[in-house]
Ligand binder design. Structure first.
Ligand code: FES
Length: 147
C-alpha cells in the first residue's frame, strides 16, 4: 500500500476555491497531482449524487470547496453543500466506509496557500485510509475471474 496514490476529486466553487487553485498555480505553490478539480458555479450545485458518482468512478476521496461562511454569491449554497456532505458522510458510514473520505472545506479566492495546503492534507489523509472500498471489491472480483 506504500505506493498507493489516491484519486481525489475536488468540487471547487468558481468564486473561491477554483480561483484559489489558480492563484496557487500562478504563485508556483504546488499541490498534489492526485487532486482533480471540477469547477462548479457554487457548491450549492453539488448534490449527494454527484459525490457518490465520483466514488463510483474511482475516487478514493472527495471534497467540496466553497466560499467562506457568509460569502457565498448565492446566499447559502455553501451551507447547503455542507449539509449534503454531512449526509454523504452518514451514507458512507452506513456502507461501512470511513466518513473522512468526504469533506467540506471553506476558503476565499485569495487563499492560494490554503488551497494547496488543504489539497496536500486531504491527499495524505486518504493515502492513510487506503483505496476506496469499491476498488477493493472490484479487485476481489477481478481475482476471482482470473483465478
Ligand atoms: Fe461559492 Fe456559493 S458561490 S460556494
Amino acid at each position: 500500500m506504500e505506493n498507493f496514490e489516491p484519486e481525489i476529486v475536488a468540487f471547487c466553487c468558481h468564486y473561491c476555491a477554483y480561483t484559489a487553485a489558480d492563484m496557487a498555480g500562478s504563485k508556483r505553490i504546488s499541490y498534489p497531482a492526485n487532486v482533480k478539480i471540477i469547477r462548479v458555479p457554487c457548491t450549492g450545485k453539488v448534490d449527494a449524487i454527484h459525490i457518490m458518482k465520483a466514488f463510483e468512478k474511482g475516487a478514493d476521496g472527495v471534497y467540496v470547496a466553497g466560499c467562506l461562511e457568509g460569502d457565498c454569491h448565492f446566499k447559502n449554497g455553501n451551507t447547503r453543500a455542507s449539509h449534503r456532505v454531512e449526509h454523504v458522510q452518514k451514507i458512507l458510514e452506513d456502507l461501512g466506509w470511513e466518513k473522512g473520505r468526504v469533506a467540506m472545506i471553506n476558503m476565499s479566492a485569495g487563499m492560494g496557500e490554503r488551497f494547496a495546503g488543504t489539497a496536500l492534507e486531504f491527499t495524505e489523509k486518504i493515502k492513510a485510509l487506503g483505496p476506496s472500498p469499491i476498488k477493493i471489491t472490484n479487485t476481489d472480483k477481478h481475482h476471482k475471474t482470473i483465478g
